[in-house]
Design a protein around this ligand. Structure first.
Ligand code: HEC
Length: 175
């Protein structure tokens, strides 16, 4: 069927008469008549913080289930093997956190050691054999809590990194 002349015009005019007041009405009443337009990214399947399911850890990940500091008097066992990765990390961490006091070779002669008062205890010489006698856990506590004049570095260095430091510093006294 061929539409009679003027039909399209009538359809368009009728639609304008309906649509224009409707849209104008919606502009002024959008706050009252609420249409649930799903247009924001917020409304989509997603997980909130701390909400499951949690992804499983990599099989070779090192577990740190306990607190970062042992209970009084207990020295924690070293959970990080002294492999090349740990030693390489330890070396970098040592350069940025320890070398300024203990010196690049651990001899206790870093630039800041010059500024210690004459009668103050100076940064320890980490190549001393007495440090080889200390357990990894004892070194870990020294780094975490500080020791005498040495500041506690636990806040600046996370748990895994502290063990990397222990592994690296071990090398000074065991050579
Ligand atoms: C601001 C300077 C400073 C920094 C930084 C520093 N130390 Fe020390 N450290 C000292 C001083 C001083 C002593 C000696 C404290 C004492 O004998 O009273 C010491 C002692 C030590 C000892 C010997 C503890 C003992 O039982 O005799 C170890 C081990 C040690 N530091 C490791 C580290 C490591 C590892 C780092 C880096 C993570 C580090 N230190 C960063 C100043 C520093």
């Amino acid at each position: 069927m061929i539409p009679p002349k003027g039909l399209w015009r009538r359809i368009i005019i009728t639609m304008l008469i309906v649509i224009v007041p409707l849209s104008l009405g919606m502009i002024f009443t959008y706050d009252v008549i609420k249409l649930n337009w799903r247009s924001t990214m917020e409304i989509q399947p997603s997980f909130r913080a701390q909400e499951g399911p949690r992804l499983a850890l990599a099989a070779e990940a090192v577990r740190f289930d306990g607190s970062s500091l042992p209970k009084d008097g207990e020295l924690p066992p070293n959970p990080v093997p002294a492999d090349p990765v740990s030693l390489a990390r330890g070396q970098q961490l040592y350069a940025s956190h320890c070398a300024l006091c203990h010196g690049p070779d651990g001899k206790g002669n870093g630039p800041i050691s010059q500024s210690f008062k004459a009668d103050a205890r100076k940064p320890a010489n980490l190549t001393e054999p007495r440090l080889a006698q200390q357990s990894d856990g004892a070194l870990y506590v020294t780094i975490s809590q500080g020791f005498g004049q040495m500041p506690a570095l636990g806040e600046n260095v996370d748990v895994r990194s502290r063990w990397d430091l222990v592994n690296y510093v071990r090398g000074f006294s065991k050579k």
